[in-house]
Design a protein around this ligand. Sequence first.
Ligand code: SF4
Length: 121
Amino acid sequence: MTRPATPTSTTGAPLVAATSAPSSVAVAGEPVLAVRVDQDLCTGDGLCVQYAPEVFEFDIDGLAYVKGEDGELLTSAGASVLAPAGCTRAVLDAAELCPGECIFVTAADGSVVAGPGAPGT
Ligand code: SF4
């Protein structure tokens, strides 16, 4: 399976952070991506933690969760974070390779970029 180097919208335009993006983690030229994990599907194998430890971490239950900029795990259902600067590729790879198919990555416009429901999946 191949994926474009830069995620694109349904119009084919690249999804990149604007210099005035609302998130402090957004960097011009990098896509603004929201990431969440569905723990009901997580196998606990740890691939995501290996790929992007800045974003994913295990909790005591052995399942992966996203974590905030302060390192705190976000354990509420459906919690999401923005991928920090420099983690875009790792997050996309983790979502694409996640054996539980439970990492959801969406762009600023709400379109699914990687994980279940992404184009080509
Ligand atoms: S890669 Fe997917 S299935 Fe594996 S620990 Fe991470 S979220 Fe869970």
